[in-house]
Design a protein around this ligand. Structure first.
Ligand code: APR
Ligand code: MG
Length: 279
């Protein structure tokens, strides 16, 4: 990494880049996201990612998941629409029109189906976020759209073959090396999430706390990134602001709550007040 191209993302960075909705805006203005997430064993991942996307401001959200998952989560997220078994349909090239961004992986396991879907996504120029079950050791084709990967240290270990101890000792450099070599945006999660860009620049996040060390908080982050991308924000800013806000929600919650007692859906639920206060 080039130290001069790395910065800590500050409150001012957030407030200077956060956009208010134009008076004549309509839902199309804020993009349609496709979320390929959730399985019968992990239905909540789709809900948490979807909730985060919609609460942060995406125009429309299509959740590609099983009918079983949809039937569980629809009443908690009535604003989303569903594409039943999207993962199975995607390889045939039959998919929803007008999708501005895709997130794939929360609540999925690394099945052949996921791999086939990713191959199909590579044929498009739609920005994509690979999380959880979509994170594997792989090559990334050259595309005219950003590819964003959101590994925690364990997943980054799976991708790179390095041990988590090696990764944690050298987070910034390893994330940046990978981002430059593969031309992807790397969001290496954990305390002080590091965001490395393909050009060698990057952002260090200083929000967040151990309240986030609980199942579901990563799903929530993936949803926030998807939304800001679909809303038309430039990819660097979209990712930095999503990571910043995700952590800040946790920081806000621990002002009045014990850190052990916070669950991921609560992050999304306070986004509104938080952004209102900041902007
Ligand atoms: N300080 C600050 N932030 C933290 C801390 C901490 N001590 N601990 C965790 N976080 C943040 C991370 O930066 C990240 O944004 O919480 C989030 C955790 O994300 P994940 O590790 O992906 O957690 P999770 O939601 O449980 O993942 C769900 O995906 O990663 C797979 O195997 C995992 O099946 C599981 C699923
Ligand atoms: Mg995760």
């Amino acid at each position: 990494p080039h130290p001069s191209q790395w910065k800590i993302w500050s409150e001012a960075d957030f407030t200077n880049t956060w956009k208010t909705r134009n008076k004549d805006a309509h839902k199309g203005t804020f993009g349609t996201g496709l979320l390929l997430a959730g399985s019968d064993e992990m239905p909540g991942s789709a809900l948490l990612a979807g909730l985060a996307s919609m609460k942060i401001g995406i125009g429309k959200l299509i959740i590609g998941t099983t009918p079983f998952v949809a039937s569980i989560i629809a009443s908690r997220l009535p604003e989303a629409t569903y594409w039943f078994n999207g993962l199975n349909k995607l390889p045939n090239g039959d998919w929803p029109v007008g999708v501005k961004g895709i997130a794939i992986g929360p609540g999925l396991t690394d099945t052949l189906l996921v791999e086939e879907a990713i191959k199909k996504i590579w044929e498009t120029n739609i920005p994509v976020i690979l999380d959880a079950g979509a994170l594997q050791k792989r090559e990334y084709p050259k595309r005219n759209a950003p590819t964003i990967i959101t590994p925690h240290p364990g997943e980054f270990s799976r991708i790179t073959g390095l041990t988590t101890a090696e990764i944690q000792k050298n987070r910034l450099k390893l994330a940046s090396d990978y981002a430059q070599e593969h031309q992807v945006i790397v969001v290496l999660k954990g305390a002080n999430t590091v965001i490395a860009f393909p050009d060698g620049s990057g952002v260090i996040n200083i929000t967040g706390n151990p309240a986030l060390a609980k199942g579901g908080s990563g799903d929530t982050l993936a949803g926030m990134i998807l939304a800001l991308l679909c809303m038309g924000e430039n990819p660097k800013i979209a990712v930095a602001n999503a990571v910043y806000l995700h952590g800040l929600c946790a920081d806000e919650l621990v002002k009045t709550r014990n850190e052990n007692t916070i669950v991921a859906s609560e992050l999304s639920n306070i986004l509104g007040e938080l952004i209102y206060t900041l902007t």
